[in-house]
Write a protein that binds this ligand. Structure first.
Ligand SMILES: Cc1cc2nc3c(=O)[nH]c(=O)nc-3n(C[C@H](O)[C@H](O)[C@H](O)COP(=O)(O)OP(=O)(O)OC[C@H]3O[C@@H](n4cnc5c(N)ncnc54)[C@H](O)[C@@H]3O)c2cc1C
Length: 490
């Protein structure tokens, strides 16, 4: 059975393969089943891949897709993605990591040690910046780029915000010692540079202002439209108290931290992508993002990328409105487009308040919203007023954007259109986009294992079960392992 793609995968592959795809490159003989040595074919740098060829996402040539993986690495990856899909294992691991057992010796040490040697090593870039840099270089050798994401806990006072800012700045500095353009983005989490409680307070005040435009927020600076007519405002049922002078000062400090990071990224010429989080803090995150975009996105290569979560019912309208404002101000809008990763949390809050869910009622609506937002941003790229980082593992969305970008004449080396997948996830998709000539990055968290656990838990939730998007990778890896095995014994 190993190595035989399922009928579902074959159907998927057929949908992806267009007649233009018939001339596949010659197959190069590779040293099979040598566990350390990588197969021979030259692996090009991102700029060398398929320059000028037709754009096709080719997934059936696993030899080409996994040419940068030694057989040892392929086996380890296959084991990890298979284990991560066994629901009872994931359920048990998640339960242990969230239980009080983690406060007891030696359970904590045993669990962390096991995670370190398995999922952490697989899904993360390492515990230090040096380890992460080495992994970015490996990605670059394989024709991909890296986004270094320092895993940080939520900050709870100004001192921890300042320390966290220092870590983000150091991450940006790392780009200087890496091959040029191998680090595609620096990533920042606003909850690490501004207290969560303060972000919640600012978010409720911004929502209340949207409901009652006569309200004046003295601390509010120039920004873009944050809400749409269909934005859920259930978190702000009563008029909130204004920010205290201390809160105003702290919020200003948070804004200055973000601008310091933007300024450094602008000097280093590396864009900064601001992660999206849960709905109770997102309005304040958008506010901070847009105020910085106004300052730093004045030319056609934007520095600040906000994140739009397409699973939110109001995502599309908010995207249109913010872009319309930006256009009037001569600001270029740049988005990392995601489906959204805080579904459980956001649904729980809405249902505890007896309110309608802010998230689309079904996955089809989320897919439609995602693809509509992507299409809209592609048009912005064409007219020179936008940039899109398509952050997804979804094959249909990636294919849609790849072919629409071709129809619109957006060159695959246009920096304003990039693709990204999480580190060690959807490898087949990343490699096929790379082979089609696009700029592709891997979002790579690094840092002390304790700080990365919330990230690993979110991935576990997404990866569980045999219907998750990792199914395709599991099948492709099995197919390539079987191919190498057969080639070695024949
Ligand atoms: C590079 C990168 C950066 C990211 N940054 C962020 C970030 O800043 N903030 C953030 O929130 N997430 C972020 N994510 C995670 C992302 O939001 C998704 O959780 C993840 O990528 C899975 O979505 P997908 O597009 O890959 O789609 P698919 O593989 O098609 O998965 C669909 C997912 O959508 C979920 N879903 C969404 N809406 C619904 C619905 N209405 N009903 C049922 N299920 C639904 C499903 O659980 C499923 O996991 C990032 C992802 C990547 C690849």
């Amino acid at each position: 059975m190993a190595g035989k793609p399922s009928p579902r995968l074959i159907k998927k592959l057929h949908r992806l393969t267009r007649p233009l795809n018939s001339s596949s490159p010659p197959i190069v003989d590779t040293p099979e089943l040598n566990f350390l040595k990588k197969p021979e074919p030259h692996v090009a740098k991102p700029s060398e891949f398929n320059a000028g060829k037709d754009l096709i996402l080719e997934l059936d040539d696993t030899q080409k897709l996994f040419s940068s993986f030694s057989t040892g690495k392929l086996i380890r990856s296959a084991i990890n993605v298979h284990v991560a899909a066994i629901e009872p294992v994931v359920d048990f691991g998640t339960w242990v990591m969230q239980s009080k057992l983690m406060d007891t010796f030696p359970v904590r040490e045993i669990v962390l040690g096991t995670i370190r040697r398995t999922f952490f090593e697989h899904f993360c870039g390492g515990e230090t910046a040096e380890e992460a840099k080495r992994n970015i270089e490996k990605l670059y050798d394989a024709g991909l780029r890296g986004m270094m994401v320092y895993g940080l806990e939520d900050a709870d006072d100004n001192e921890s915000c300042d320390k966290n800012l220092e870590m983000f700045l150091q991450t940006a500095e790392a780009s200087k010692s890496l091959p040029r353009s191998s680090m595609s983005f620096v990533i920042v989490k606003i909850t690490a540079i501004c207290r969560v409680g303060l972000l919640e307070r600012a978010s409720t005040l911004l929502s209340w202002e949207h409901k009652n435009p006569s309200l004046k927020l003295p601390w509010k600076q120039e920004t873009l439209t944050l809400f749409a007519a269909n934005s859920p405002l259930y978190l702000t049922l009563n008029r909130p108290e204004p920010l205290t002078p201390q809160e105003e000062e702290d919020f200003q400090l948070a804004q200055q931290r973000l601008q310091k990071l933007c300024q450094r990224c602008a000097e280093l010429d590396v864009p900064l992508a601001i992660d999206a989080e849960y709905t109770s803090v997102q309005p304040a995150i958008d506010y901070l993002t847009y105020s910085s975009s106004i300052l730093y996105n004045k030319d056609s290569k934007p520095i600040v990328y906000g994140t739009m979560q397409a699973y939110l019912k109001d995502a599309k309208e908010r995207l249109f409105l913010a872009c319309k404002d930006a256009e009037k101000m001569g600001v270029s809008m740049a988005y990392k487009l995601v489906r959204g990763a805080y579904m459980t949390r956001d649904l729980k809050v809405a249902s505890s308040l007896g309110c309608e869910s802010p998230i689309h009622n079904n996955l089809q609506d989320t897919h439609r919203s995602y693809n509509d937002c992507a299409s809209f941003m592609l048009d912005k790229i064409v007219d020179g007023s936008g940039a899109l980082l398509l952050a997804t593992h979804n094959l249909d969305s990636a294919k849609l954007v790849a072919s629409k970008s071709k129809d619109l004449g957006i060159g695959s080396k246009n920096e304003n259109l990039q693709f990204a997948q999480l580190y060690a996830m959807s490898e087949g998709l990343s490699f096929s986009l790379r082979d089609a000539g696009f700029l592709v990055s891997k979002y790579m968290p690094f840092g002390p294992i304790e700080k990365i656990i919330p990230y690993l838990l979110r991935r576990a939730e997404e990866n569980r079960g045999f219907l998750s998007s990792s199914e395709m990778d599991r099948q492709l890896m099995r197919k390539e392992l079987a191919r190498r095995f057969l080639a070695a014994i024949s």
